[in-house]
Design a protein around this ligand. Structure first.
Ligand code: SF4
Ligand code: SF4
Length: 378
C-alpha cells in the first residue's frame, strides 16, 4: 500500500538501462523486458529508499500527479515495493559483477575435412581448458553420418555442458533421425539443419532442446551476426557480462574450416594453425584477448541503445570496417528514434544525425546516467 510515509524500494532483479529515447526494464525473474521513460528510471535510481513524501517535495507539488502515476505503475508491475523504513535493508542489491570459472566458455569448430584434421584431438584440447559450450558446424559436403555421430558422441563424453550443431539435411535425410541424435546425446541443446525440404521448428518436450530445420543453404557468413529482438538474451549472466565484456567474443575460441585458430571464424586475423599451435598458446598470443573487452558501452550507436545489455555484439560484420567500435552491420535498429528498419517512420542513424546536429550533448548526459546507475547497483 503506497502512502506518503512509505519508502520506495526498487526490486533489485528488475534492471534498468537508459537509452537515448527510453529505458528498458528487464525483470530477470520473469524473463520479460518492458519500456519505461528515462525519467522513471532516474527516479528509481536517484530516490531509492526515499520516503514518498520526500520524493514529491523534491520535484514539487506540481509534479505530484505524475509521480503518483509512476508509483502505481511500479507497484502494479512489481518493479518496486513500498514499505517501512526498516524494510529497505531487507532487499539486497543486485551485483553487476561477472566471472566465469574457465578461461574459455565457448568454442566453434568448423568441420570441413575428416581426413586432414584430427577433430578428436581438438575436442580433447578444449576439454583440457574446460570449455563450457561447444558448437560443431559441419560444412556442406561433410555427409558422413557415422563420422558425424561418432564426433557428437565423443563431444558428449567430454566435460562440455552444452553442444550445438549445424549440419545439412542430406546428412540424415529425414526429420526423425535428427531428433534421435539429440535424444541420444542430450547435451545437444540446439541443432540447425540447413537445406531442409521445409522450414520446421521442433521442440523436444522431454528435454530443453530444439531443432530448427530451414530451407536456407548453409552459409555461416550470412547466418551469423544478425541482430533481432528474438536473439536478445534475458539472462543475468549476459547482462552482467556485457557491462565489461564483449557478448559474443568474450572467452570464445574458434577453429575455422582451414584449421586456423581465431576469435571468430568470420574474422580475418588468426593466432596460428592447429598443426603447430596449441589452443592454450593461441589464447596467450598478443591481441587474442583484446576483443574480449570491447563492450557495448564502447560501441558507436550501441552505447546509446536501451537494448545493449541484452543484445549480442558482432565484431566480424560492422558498418565501418575501418573502425572496430562501429555498430554491428546486421542491426537495423535506430535507438535515436526507437524504431526498427521495418517500422513506419524509420530513418538511418546517419541521416538522423545529420538532421539533429546537437544530438551528442543529450547522448552524453544519458551515458553519464548509465554509469551512475551501474555504480548505484554495486
Ligand atoms: S563476431 Fe559475429 S560472426 Fe563472429 S561469431 Fe560473433 S556474431 Fe558470429
Ligand atoms: S544498436 Fe547495438 S545494442 Fe542496439 S539493437 Fe542494434 S546492435 Fe543491439
Amino acid at each position: 500500500m503506497i502512502n506518503g510515509e512509505t519508502y520506495l524500494i526498487p526490486i533489485s532483479s528488475c534492471l534498468k538501462t537508459f537509452g537515448y529515447c527510453r529505458s528498458t526494464i528487464i525483470d530477470f525473474q520473469l524473463s520479460e523486458v518492458d519500456f519505461i521513460p528515462n525519467s522513471l528510471s532516474e527516479i528509481m535510481l536517484k530516490h531509492k529508499y526515499w520516503k514518498i513524501n520526500d520524493i514529491i517535495d523534491f520535484y514539487g507539488k506540481e509534479h505530484e500527479k505524475i509521480l503518483i502515476d509512476y508509483f502505481d505503475f511500479m507497484q502494479i508491475n512489481r518493479y518496486a515495493y513500498f514499505g517501512e523504513k526498516y524494510e529497505t535493508k531487507l532487499f539486497p542489491d543486485f551485483s553487476p559483477e561477472w566471472d566465469f570459472p574457465s578461461v574459455i566458455s565457448n568454442a566453434i569448430i568448423d568441420i570441413s575435412d575428416f581426413n586432414t584434421t584430427d577433430y578428436p584431438k581438438l575436442l580433447e584440447s578444449l576439454d583440457n581448458i574446460y570449455c563450457f559450450h561447444l558448437q560443431l558446424r559441419f560444412f556442406k559436403g561433410i555427409c558422413d553420418r557415422d563420422k558425424i555421430t561418432e564426433l557428437v558422441k565423443l563431444a558428449y563424453s567430454k566435460s562440455f555442458h552444452t553442444l550445438s550443431i549445424f549440419l545439412a539435411f542430406d546428412v540424415f535425410g529425414d526429420f526423425e533421425s535428427v531428433s534421435n541424435l539429440v535424444r541420444t546425446y542430450p547435451k545437444t541443446d540446439n541443432v540447425t539443419v540447413f537445406s531442409s525440404p521445409e522450414n520446421r521448428k521442433v521442440d523436444l518436450d522431454d528435454q530443453v532442446a530444439f531443432i530448427n530445420f530451414t530451407t536456407n543453404a548453409f552459409n555461416p557468413e550470412s547466418t551469423c551476426g544478425y541482430v533481432d529482438t528474438k536473439f536478445f538474451s534475458m539472462s543475468v549472466d549476459h547482462f552482467t557480462e556485457s557491462q565489461l565484456h564483449n557478448t559474443c567474443l568474450n572467452r570464445k575460441i574458434c577453429i575455422d574450416s582451414d584449421g586456423f585458430i581465431k576469435n571468430c571464424p568470420s574474422m580475418k586475423h588468426n593466432y596460428g594453425h592447429i598443426s603447430d599451435t596449441t589452443l592454450a598458446e593461441a589464447i596467450e598470443k598478443p591481441g587474442f584477448k583484446d576483443w574480449w573487452f570491447i563492450k557495448k558501452d564502447d560501441i558507436d550507436v550501441c552505447q546509446d541503445c536501451e537494448f545493449r545489455h541484452i543484445c549480442t555484439d558482432c565484431r566480424a560484420f560492422i558498418k565501418d570496417t575501418e573502425n572496430i567500435y562501429s555498430q554491428p552491420a546486421k542491426c537495423g535498429y535506430n535507438p535515436y528514434i526507437a524504431k526498427w528498419q521495418n517500422q513506419t517512420g524509420w530513418i538511418s542513424v546517419e541521416q538522423w544525425r545529420v538532421e539533429n546536429p546537437g544530438w551528442e550533448e543529450q547522448a552524453i548526459e544519458i551515458r553519464d546516467m548509465n554509469k551512475k546507475f551501474l555504480v548505484n547497483n554495486e
